[in-house]
Design a protein around this ligand. Structure first.
Ligand SMILES: [Zn+2]
Ligand SMILES: [Zn+2]
Length: 292
C-alpha cells in the first residue's frame, strides 16, 4: 500500500525577518532554507510528491531538457552574449545586433515558456518567495552545465526591486533567487551594492525601445567595484535593458567582468510586453492531465 506522507505547503507572502546584524540574519535565513529543503511538498508543476518546493523527477527531466536543448522551441543555438535561442549557429541575435551590451555574457536556467514559466509566475504572482530556492538551484545547475563557470571571487548582486513592487509583493524575487544561488555555489551575495536612483512605473507594459529609455541611468553601484567579477541576478530577462544599465554602472566603476545570471529568458520579446497568465495556467493544467 502506498504510504501517504504529509505535505507541507510552501510559505507565501513575506519571508521572515530575523533581528540582528546582516551576517547573522543571512545565516538564519539560510538555516531556514536548508530545513525547508527536507520537507515533503507538492511538485510546483504537477502536484506529485517532491521535496522543499523542488520539482518531482519527471518534471525535473522535462524542465532540464528544455534548458539543455531548448526543445519545444525548435532552437538549438544561443546568443553567447544574451542567451537568446537562435535558429542557426551564425544567426545574428536581434537583441544584440543593433546595440552594445555592457554585460559580458548571460547564463539562464530556463526559457520563459510553458511549463517552466509557471515557476516564475507562481513565485511572483502567487507570492511563493520560497520558490526562489528551486530557481536558484536550477540556475546553479545551468552555470555548472555551462562549462565556463564563473570567475574566482565572483560576487552576486540581485537587481534591486522598486519600492512599489516590494510593497505589493513583500519580497524581491531576484534577491531570493540570488540567496539560493549563493548557497548552492558558495558565493557571497550583496544586497547593498546596487541601488535604484529613482522609482518608476513597471516595465512589463513597455515595448523594447521604451524599456531601454526607461532603464537609462536607473541604477547606481557602491564604490569599490574596481577589478571585481560580478554576477547580476534577475528573475526574468526580456530585452536585457535592465541588466545592460546595471552592467554599464558596474563597468564605469571599474568592474573586471559582469555576467548576467537569469532564472528565465523570454525567447522573443512579447508583442504587447505582457505575460499571458491564462496561457500559463492552461499549460500547467494540461501537464497535470497528461500525468494522471
Ligand atoms: Zn512534477
Ligand atoms: Zn544576443
Amino acid at each position: 500500500m502506498p504510504m501517504h506522507l504529509p505535505r507541507f505547503p510552501l510559505p507565501r507572502w513575506t519571508p521572515p525577518r530575523f533581528p540582528g546584524a546582516g551576517r547573522w540574519r543571512a545565516r538564519a535565513a539560510d538555516a531556514l532554507a536548508i530545513a525547508r529543503a527536507r520537507l515533503p511538498t507538492d511538485c510546483p508543476l504537477c502536484g506529485a510528491l517532491a521535496r522543499g518546493g523542488a520539482l518531482c523527477g519527471p518534471c525535473d527531466h522535462d524542465v532540464a531538457g528544455l534548458l539543455r536543448s531548448a526543445a519545444g522551441t525548435g532552437m538549438t543555438w544561443r546568443c553567447p552574449r544574451c542567451a537568446l535561442g537562435l535558429p542557426e549557429h551564425d544567426s545574428p541575435c536581434p537583441d544584440c545586433a543593433d546595440r552594445h551590451t555592457a554585460f559580458d555574457r548571460t547564463v539562464i536556467a530556463l526559457d520563459y515558456l510553458p511549463p517552466a514559466d509557471a515557476l516564475i509566475l507562481r513565485m511572483k504572482a502567487g507570492r511563493h518567495y520560497a520558490q526562489g530556492d528551486l530557481l536558484g538551484n536550477l540556475l546553479a545547475e545551468a552555470i555548472r552545465h555551462d562549462g565556463r563557470g564563473l570567475p574566482d571571487g565572483t560576487v552576486l548582486l540581485p537587481v534591486p526591486a522598486s519600492r512599489s513592487a516590494l510593497r505589493a509583493r513583500g519580497f524581491n524575487p531576484a534577491a531570493e533567487i540570488a540567496r539560493a544561488l549563493g548557497r548552492d555555489l558558495g558565493l557571497p551575495v550583496r544586497l547593498d551594492w546596487l541601488a535604484r536612483t529613482r522609482q518608476q512605473a513597471q516595465q512589463h507594459t513597455l515595448g523594447r525601445l521604451e524599456r531601454r529609455e526607461a532603464a537609462q541611468g536607473l541604477y547606481a553601484c557602491a564604490p569599490g567595484m574596481r577589478g571585481r567579477h560580478l554576477g547580476i541576478v534577475d528573475d526574468v530577462m526580456t530585452t536585457g535593458s535592465t541588466l545592460h544599465e546595471i552592467a554599464l554602472a558596474l563597468k564605469a566603476a571599474g568592474a573586471a567582468s559582469v555576467t548576467a545570471l537569469v532564472a528565465a529568458r523570454t525567447p522573443h520579446p512579447p508583442a504587447d510586453g505582457t505575460i499571458a497568465r491564462a496561457e500559463v495556467r492552461k499549460s500547467v493544467a494540461n501537464l497535470r492531465r497528461q500525468r494522471e
